[in-house]
Write a protein that binds this ligand. Structure first.
Ligand SMILES: Cc1ncc(COP(=O)(O)O)c(C=O)c1O
Length: 386
């Protein structure tokens, strides 16, 4: 039986079997080469099969026993220290998990625990994950409705509209959760004015601000966290995807005084959270970001890619938007066929919504590879019927 027959059936199948990868390139089972602008949905920022990450995981696997995060370990400590240096808090505390949804779940639980309140406000067009809490903060009705009733006391406000949040927020609101660049929603960027307004409303109401950097974090937008582009000031930050360079890890980072004197022992946990191969992988990723100036590279490559896309003169393009290497092309025609044609041409891109293409390439992509991507997009758009 095929994998598609054996697996649950929740993914829309793509017959492309990706066998190996290096940097921004992947190869299929027939050794056909593709420039990868899907990047495992934003995971492979340090490139496919990054040798530093591979070595760190191998070393951890061979040398460390498995124990839960109750037991301290020098490798985990080193990683936590390094990660906390990069966070927008004077002093941070970190809960480690295994995915983006788990990082969000922990953030939501911590917000309720810290404030003693229940209400959570999320933005329209948001995506925070598929577990019940994260899903309750996720906008798209087709994701939510089959599973209702979801977690109570969640509501939505309009993205980039301070007035819309002002109408909903009150002194019962535990947290506002927000992506500063909405990824799954189609790469929509928050304004600084909006983020300043959100912070002010949170402060006035004693509400916490959770910023979900699961997709936008780890240099993708030209800064280690996308929020740095706008000087946004969160109380809790969620990370995952690119943090482990392909090895699963999630992190919920919060300012150290979030809980005041409250003892939260036993209030949350994860068997695999903080496992040592994951910590070693993520530590290698953080090292690679620094050694290779990955944030600067993402900014430079992002500007280059965006400018080249803008040079394509096609009546089928409505808008190109994004920041760093988190880019979207809004089309006037359905995106599905374009995505398929690009795959045939050796370029992998993501579809987001009916008429939008999203690009999340490894940040190590070369200028030559970017040139190849743009040439193929131009070719496919030129030949596609309107
Ligand atoms: C902003 C954001 N938050 C959370 C998630 C959920 O992450 P995961 O699929 O690892 O659970 C995603 C996944 O795309 C995401 O983009």
């Amino acid at each position: 039986m095929s994998e598609f027959e054996l697996s649950a059936g929740v993914y829309s199948p793509n017959s492309l079997s990706i066998m190996k990868g290096e940097g921004a390139i992947v190869w299929d089972s027939a050794e056909k080469k593709y420039i990868d602008c899907v990047g495992g949905h934003g995971v492979t920022s340090v490139g496919h099969s990054n040798p530093k990450v591979a070595e760190a995981v191998k070393n951890a696997w061979e040398n460390y026993a498995f124990a839960t995060a109750r037991h301290p370990h020098a490798k985990r400590e080193e990683f936590l220290e390094k990660l906390s240096e990069k966070m927008p808090f004077e002093k941070s505390k970190i809960f480690l998990s295994n995915s983006g949804a788990e990082a969000v779940e922990a953030a939501l639980k911590f917000a309720r625990l810290a404030t003693g309140r229940t209400k959570i406000l999320a933005a329209k067009r948001s995506f925070h994950g598929r577990t019940f809490g994260a899903l309750s903060a996720t906008w798209r009705p087709e994701f939510r409705e089959p599973f209702e009733p979801l977690v109570p006391d969640f509501d939505f406000f309009a993205f980039n509209k301070v007035d819309s949040l002002a109408e909903k927020i009150d002194r019962k609101t535990a947290a506002v959760i927000l992506e500063v660049v909405q990824g799954e929603g189609g790469v929509h960027i928050a304004t600084k004015e909006f983020l300043d307004g959100v912070r002010k409303l949170c402060d006035e109401n004693g509400t916490l601000l959770i910023i979900d950097e699961v997709q936008s974090g780890i240099c993708r937008t030209g800064k280690f966290l996308a929020l740095e582009n706008f000087g946004a000031k969160p109380d809790i930050v969620c990370l995952a995807k690119a943090l482990g360079g392909g090895y699963p890890i999630g992190a919920t980072v919060f300012r150290a005084n979030l809980f005041g004197e409250k003892n939260i022992r036993g209030r949350h946990a994860s068997t695999f959270g903080g496992n040592l191969p994951a910590c070693a992988a993520a530590l290698a990723v953080l090292g690679f970001c620094e050694e290779e100036n990955l944030c600067e590279k993402a900014q430079e490559n992002g500007e280059f890619l965006k400018s080249k896309l803008e040079e394509i003169s096609s009546p089928k393009i409505r808008e190109i938007r994004g920041i760093g290497l988190m880019l979207a092309i809004d089309l006037k025609i359905p995106a599905k066929e374009i995505v398929g044609k690009l795959q045939e041409e050796g370029v992998l891109v993501l579809q987001t919504g009916a008429k939008t293409i999203r690009l999340l390439p490894p940040l190590v992509i070369s200028k030559e590879e970017i040139g190849g991507v743009v040439a193929k997009i131009q070719k496919v758009l030129m030949h596609q019927q309107a």
